[in-house]
Write a protein that binds this ligand. Structure first.
Ligand code: SF4
Length: 332
C-alpha cells in the first residue's frame, strides 16, 4: 500500500480548482458528483485517459470543501466522490495521500448525509482510509474497487501494479473492517493474451469473492495505448462469450444476495417517481447512481431526496422492491 508520492511544485497553477464555479450540475437536486482531482499517473496499458487528461492533479482540500458546502446549501444530500483515482488524492499536492482527511472534513458538513467513494485503485488503498470508511457514519459502506482482472500475468500486462494475492488480501481487509460492505468491481475480459486458463481463474475468483456489484467490459483497443499493439489479441466472439459467462455468474450472485436482504431493513435514498406514478424509485446505500441496482418502493409516503429505512420485500430482476418503515412498523 502506498502512502506517499511526489509533491507538485508550489508554482504550478491549481488548474482544476475553480472549474466547479462554472459547471452546470445535471444530476437531480439531492445528489451530486464531486470531482476531487483530475488526470492520472497510473498508466494502465489499455487506457487512454492519462494521454488525454494529463498528469494527476488534486484540488486543494479547502476548495473541495467550498464546493461541497455550496452543494449542501442547494439541497444535495448524497455526494459521490470521483476522480480517475480517488485513493491517490493529495499525493501531488500534499506529498501524501489525503482522501481520509478530506472524507472526515466532508462528513462534518451539515446537510450532507451520504458520501460515496467511487473509482478507487486497489494499489493505493491504505489503512487510515479503511479506518475512516469504517468509522464515519456518513460514509456509505460501499467501495468501488475496479480490479480489472485477477490473473498475475494479465495484471502485469495491464500495468496494474498488484497481484492476485494482494487483491485477495485487500478484499479480506476491507470486508473484515467494514461492516455490511457493498463491494463493487469492474473487470475486463478478452485482454490481449488472455487464455482460457486466465479467464477460468477470473471466473472462479468472481464466484468465490461474490462482489455485491460488478461491471464487465470486453477489451477494446484504445488508440496510442501500449495494449493496442500487444500480440495475441482475442477474437471478438470469444470476448463476448466470456462477457456472457461473467454476467450469468454475477446474475446468480446478485439474486442470491438480494434474496438474503428480504425482510431486512436498509437505508434507501429516494430518487424519483416511478414511471406509472405509483410509488417511487430509490437506491440502497450500496447502490451508486446510474450503474447499480434500484429499489422499487410501494406507496407514496416519501419524496425525492428522503433517506429512510426501508424493508426489502422482494426482488425484480437486478432490482429490489421495498416498503417504508415507520416507528419500526411496515407502512402498507
Ligand atoms: S484505468 Fe484508471 S487508473 Fe488506469 S490509467 Fe486509466 S484512469 Fe488511470
Amino acid at each position: 500500500m502506498s502512502g506517499s508520492g511526489q509533491k507538485r511544485g508550489e508554482d504550478q497553477p491549481a488548474q482544476c480548482n475553480d472549474d466547479w464555479r462554472n459547471r452546470i450540475r445535471l444530476t437531480p437536486k439531492h445528489y451530486a458528483y464531486l470531482r476531487i482531482s483530475d488526470g492520472c499517473d497510473n498508466n494502465c496499458s489499455y487506457c487512454a485517459i492519462p494521454g488525454i487528461r494529463g498528469r494527476f492533479y488534486s484540488r486543494t482540500i479547502e476548495n473541495v470543501l467550498e464546493e461541497s458546502r455550496q452543494m449542501a446549501s442547494e439541497g444535495v444530500k448524497e455526494i459521490n466522490v470521483i476522480s480517475q483515482d480517488t485513493t491517490s488524492y493529495g499525493v501531488d499536492l500534499y506529498g501524501k495521500q489525503q482522501l481520509h482527511v478530506l472524507l472526515e472534513k466532508l462528513s462534518k458538513i451539515e446537510g450532507i448525509e451520504w458520501i460515496r467513494i467511487l473509482y478507487t485503485h486497489p494499489r493505493h488503498f491504505y489503512p487510515e482510509l479503511i479506518h475512516v470508511i469504517s468509522q464515519q457514519d456518513k460514509i456509505c459502506k460501499y467501495i468501488d474497487l475496479p480490479i480489472q482482472h485477477i490473473n498475475d500475468t494479465i495484471l502485469a500486462k495491464m500495468g496494474r501494479g498488484v497481484t492476485h494475492a494482494y487483491i485477495e488480501s485487500l478484499i479480506d481487509d476491507l470486508r473484515s473492517h467494514i461492516n455490511r460492505l457493498f463491494l463493487r468491481t469492474s473487470v475486463i475480459v478478452g485482454f490481449p493474451g488472455e487464455t482460457e486458463d486466465h479467464f477460468a481463474e477470473l471466473l472462479e475468483f468472481l464466484k468465490t469473492t461474490q462482489f455485491e456489484r460488478l461491471g464487465v467490459f470486453t477489451y477494446s483497443k484504445e488508440e496510442s495505448t501500449p495494449a493496442a499493439s500487444f500480440k495475441k489479441q482475442v477474437p471478438q466472439k470469444i470476448k463476448e462469450q466470456r462477457l456472457r459467462e461473467v454476467m450469468l455468474t454475477q446474475q446468480e450472485i446478485v439474486l442470491r444476495k438480494h434474496k438474503d436482504l428480504i425482510d431486512n431493513s436498509i437505508p434507501v435514498i429516494i430518487d424519483e417517481k416511478n414511471d406509472n406514478n405509483n410509488g417511487w424509485i430509490g437506491r440502497t446505500y450500496g447502490d451508486a447512481p446510474d450503474v447499480d441496482s434500484k429499489v422499487i418502493i410501494q406507496g407514496n409516503h416519501v419524496k425525492a431526496g428522503d433517506i429512510k429505512n426501508m424493508r426489502i420485500t422482494g426482488t425484480a430482476g437486478y432490482d429490489l422492491t421495498a416498503t417504508s418503515i415507520k416507528n419500526g412498523k411496515r407502512i402498507k
